[in-house]
Design a protein around this ligand. Structure first.
Ligand code: NAD
Length: 280
């Protein structure tokens, strides 16, 4: 049974889901169908991944009741103007073939674009909550100052912030900011996107070995015990199963601390810096 996390808008989100970044559009329906078979009920997609249609196809073909699924998408960077927010949200529901979306996020704050105005974008997202087609509104890649600004200027606190987090980049400043506003944290790239080497790190390998688990399972368990939401991505069924099999062991405090100690601060960041990232 996958634990759920209660959000600040009183809705609940499964703490473990399935990510779809870089899942090619033509392979998405089949990949997501496998994830649903394995047991995942929370799927993370984005307008920018160009695979919402495949997610929707798999969801609709699965026969799983809509209320048992949790679907997230994200506003793409070229759509920050308020009228574009509404248009592109309509398009997302069409692509998915769904009546409502569980969670919609501003994908990146883009503080150097749109004259630095991500507040109007946030206001447009909040307005979507009014007509029953969006359950929960959140942000992604928001740094503490970005969160402070939207909260101060709109009075509406996002329910989640989805940011890069893995053992080499614990991103504690953002996690502390989120905790202070009761914003749930979603950790993207939870496995360090494999290429970072997190899964080969001797400290991770040691913790995994102690439990007869794989390095990926040890790292995902570390995230869950920190209270963050994760949705690892894999296109291989055996890894989907591995990444789902996290609930029969627990890291000791010392083991969790040995993974905490891998943090490299800003040097551990794999993705772009949200303060300067401006690709639309
Ligand atoms: P991830 O950390 O989940 O790593 C995925 C890669 O790890 C896979 O492609 C595979 O190569 C490898 N892998 C997966 N399972 C493994 C296992 N058990 N053993 C060994 N290797 C394994 O990285 P991600 O996909 O970038 O992040 C997860 C999800 O977060 C994405 O799919 C997407 O939904 C979301 N995301 C959001 C943003 C954002 O800006 N909001 C950015 C990146 C990702």
């Amino acid at each position: 049974m996958i634990p759920t996390i209660k959000l600040n808008d009183e809705t609940a989100i499964p703490q473990l889901g399935f990510g779809t970044f870089l899942v090619p559009p033509e392979e998405t329906a089949q990949t997501v169908a496998q994830a649903l078979e394995v047991g995942y009920r929370h799927i993370d997609t984005a307008q920018g991944y160009a695979n919402e249609a495949g997610v929707g196809e798999a969801v609709r073909a699965s026969g799983i009741p809509r209320e048992d699924l949790y679907i997230t998408s994200k506003l793409t960077n070229s759509m920050h103007e308020p009228e574009d927010v509404v248009r592109s949200f309509d398009r997302t529901l069409e692509e998915l073939g769904l009546d409502y979306l569980d969670l919609f996020l501003i994908h990146w704050p883009l503080p150097t674009r749109y004259e630095g105005d991500f507040v109007s974008t946030w206001n447009a997202i909040i307005e979507l909550l009014g007509d029953g087609r969006l359950r929960t509104a959140g942000v992604s890649n928001f740094e503490p100052a970005h969160i402070e600004r939207i909260v101060a200027e709109t009075g509406t606190v996002p329910a989640v912030n989805q940011v890069e987090i893995h053992p080499y980049f614990r991103n504690e400043a953002v996690r502390e900011e989120c905790a202070s506003h009761d914003i749930a944290v979603e950790a993207w790239g939870p496995l360090g996107q494999a290429k970072s080497g997190v899964l080969e790190d001797p400290a991770v390998v040691e913790v995994a070995r102690a439990h007869g688990k794989t390095p990926a399972q040890a790292v995902l368990r570390w995230h869950l015990q920190r209270g963050d939401i994760v949705f690892p991505k894999s296109m291989r069924r055996e890894r989907m199963e591995e990444n789902f099999d996290l609930f029969d062991f627990e890291l000791t405090a010392a083991e969790a601390a040995s993974i905490d100690a891998l943090d490299r601060g800003e040097q551990g960041r794999m993705g772009p810096d949200p303060n300067t990232f401006d690709r639309v």
